[in-house]
Design a protein around this ligand. Structure first.
Ligand SMILES: Cc1cc2nc3c(=O)[nH]c(=O)nc-3n(C[C@H](O)[C@H](O)[C@H](O)COP(=O)(O)O)c2cc1C
Length: 461
């Protein structure tokens, strides 16, 4: 099959002992346990650049997965996203070790003031030469809120809070400094022209501030914005803000539905599908032959931790799965955690119910991602077919074994994709936004909400 468009590829991971393939850090051939060392990540990032990956995408969790068994012990014992380090610090460390790779990290907007957050992201965008991305999340863990002395805000209210936060950071990034504010005129000793820097003032229900942005405009100004909300309110939020969206789905039909939903939500915000890139989570197990790939899959399944998978799923659902019998079915309940995961596990299109055992077994390697197992040609063909049939633009690839899964992918699958015209053979110049063909040059699109804010009499001073 010849490809119609070039696939965008991200590598999905976490600054912790593993992310989605639960418990694989304990596999004798796995390197993840070295995640605190810089060389682990520079090797990782260089491998991704060898494979021409568009970006490294770092998930993050504020709080501990302590829903399973009503305790944090299992998460600590099994290394389920704890210990976890700050992914934005990692971006700074990788800026100098890479030259083309996009570096995107997840930042929970509930727990830090937008003023400092905006400065940190602008700083990273300067240091990476415009390769920084931010995955906007509002969090699902009550333990995170408790650590800040609060209760977890309600599901939809978190997104309302998020809209206020976004308005502040857009005003700082897009509207505080004019393009020609900094002149660095040595003769006249003028670094910045004061009349070209404007105060931002915001008085919302949750947040208030006034001040100028502390950082001069970075190459992208607003970093590339990622979002993965999938509930009704989550989609609305994503459609207003995101330039790259994640969708989860374990079948082509569910992905195609998610893409169509997202396109509808975009239209309501006056945006068009070509202004976003939609990526689906994907796990690939590739072998020299199909039989070898299947053997690997069985070996990985035996090594993965069912208990850790349930710890992760319990946190995601906000429901303690240890309280159900292992062959018991999960029942729908409304929680303030991940609504979409709950819907997916309890409301199957065919009316069937999912048991705890099925969650433990099916999600242990690939969580809610698509899973492709096969030789390189099969994997490449399947990826191309999924893109053609669902309307997604690419994948966020979650590895199983580190680094073998990614090395195999780069060595075996990337050339097969390239032969079929489905993958680039070199990086485009420019910022991450330009490499992804998004936006208005390096800047966020002119009709994006964050740019349009500047058209009101919003900026005082
Ligand atoms: C690929 C992908 C990556 C995600 N990464 C994170 C993450 O790193 N941290 C986080 O708190 N939530 C993460 N989420 C969860 C979403 O941001 C969101 O909270 C979740 O989809 C529930 O939103 P909803 O209730 O609007 O459906 C991720 C979701 C997806 C699909």
């Amino acid at each position: 099959m010849k490809a119609e468009k070039q696939i965008i590829l991200g590598a999905l991971d976490c600054f912790a002992p593993g992310f989605l393939a639960q418990g694989m850090w304990a596999h004798p051939a796995d390197r993840t346990a070295d995640f605190n060392s810089l060389s682990y990540w520079t090797d990782y990032a260089r491998l991704l650049e060898r494979g021409l990956f568009d970006l490294l995408f770092l998930a993050d969790t504020v709080g501990v997965y302590d829903v399973f068994g009503g305790s944090r012990d299992a998460a600590l014992r099994l290394g389920v996203q704890v210990p976890i380090n700050d992914p934005f610090v990692l971006i700074a460390a990788l800026a100098g070790a890479t030259s083309n790779l996009g570096l995107a990290a997840t930042g929970n907007l509930l727990y830090e003031p937008p003023y400092l957050f905006a400065r940190r992201l602008s700083t990273l965008d300067h240091l990476t030469g415009g390769r920084t991305g931010w995955n906007i999340v509002t969090g699902i863990l009550a333990s995170g809120a408790k650590a800040f002395g609060r209760d977890l805000m309600g599901h939809d209210e978190r997104y309302d809070f998020g809209d206020e936060f976004m308005e502040i950071v857009y005003r700082l990034w897009e509207h505080s400094w004019e393009d020609d504010a900094v002149i660095q005129d040595r003769t006249r000793q003028i670094f910045t022209q004061p009349d070209k820097v404007h105060e931002v003032a915001f008085h919302g229900r949750h947040l208030q501030m006034s001040g100028i942005h502390l950082t001069a405009p970075s190459p992208q100004r607003t970093p590339i914005l990622f979002q993965a909300g999938a509930s009704g309110r989550g989609k609305q939020f994503a459609a207003r803000h995101a330039e790259c969206m994640f969708v989860n789905g374990t079948s082509r039909a569910s992905l195609a539905r998610a893409v169509a939903d997202m396109h509808r939500a975009l239209a309501e915000q006056g945006r068009t599908p070509d202004q976003v890139r939609i990526l689906a989570g994907l796990t690939v197990i590739v072998g020299e032959t199909q039989a070898q790939a299947r053997e690997k899959q069985e070996a990985f399944k035996a090594a993965a931790s069912a208990e850790a998978t349930l710890v992760h799923a319990s946190g995601g659902l906000g429901v303690d799965l240890s309280r159900y019998p292992y062959d018991g079915e999960i029942e729908y309940s409304e929680t303030d955690a991940n609504r979409t995961l709950m819907e997916n596990l309890t409301r199957q299109p065919d009316g069937s119910r999912v048991t705890i055992r099925q969650v433990a077994e099916k999600m242990s390697l690939s969580s809610r991602n698509l899973l492709i197992v096969g030789d390189a040609d099969q994997v490449a063909q399947e990826m191309i077919a999924i893109v053609a049939e669902t309307g997604i633009d690419g994948f966020n690839l979650a590895r199983v074994l580190m680094p073998d899964s990614l090395e195999d992918f780069v060595r075996l699958v990337v050339p097969r994709l390239q032969e079929r015209g489905a993958y680039k053979t070199g990086y485009r110049p420019g910022t991450l936004r330009e490499k992804l063909g998004l936006g208005d040059g390096a800047r966020i699109a002119a009709n994006h909400y964050g740019r349009l804010l500047g058209q009101e009499a919003a900026i005082a001073g």
